[in-house]
Ligand binder design. Structure first.
Ligand code: ZN
Length: 101
């Protein structure tokens, strides 16, 4: 498991490097780039799988944007956890209650 987490954090760091290069090549469109989507998606997924451990992996800890995306993944997983354990959300309508909705 620890090796999987290391690999996932390494992948995020590599995607970040690709994003930085994309930002040099085409700074105007970097936010709309495939590299941006990939780095954002991988970093939030890293947070989702780390939940409830909210400490960012050392591999990304020095990049504030990656830490922010990681924490967004943690927050997403926390909401999923709340919904999964909320009696009112689990009323078979498929909709979250006002508290989580
Ligand atoms: Zn609820």
């Amino acid at each position: 498991m620890a090796a999987d987490r290391f690999s996932a954090a390494l992948e995020v760091r590599v995607l970040w490097a690709h994003l930085r290069i994309a930002a040099i090549v085409d700074p105007e469109n970097v936010v709309d780039s495939r590299e941006f989507d990939q780095a954002l998606s991988a970093a939030t997924q890293l947070g989702r799988t780390a939940y409830p451990d909210s400490k960012p992996p050392l591999m990304i800890a020095d990049v504030s944007q990656l830490v922010q995306w990681f924490q967004e993944g943690i927050a997403d997983a926390a909401i999923d956890h709340e919904i999964a354990h909320c009696l009112w959300c689990q009323d078979d309508t498929g909709n979250p209650c006002p508290q989580q909705g």
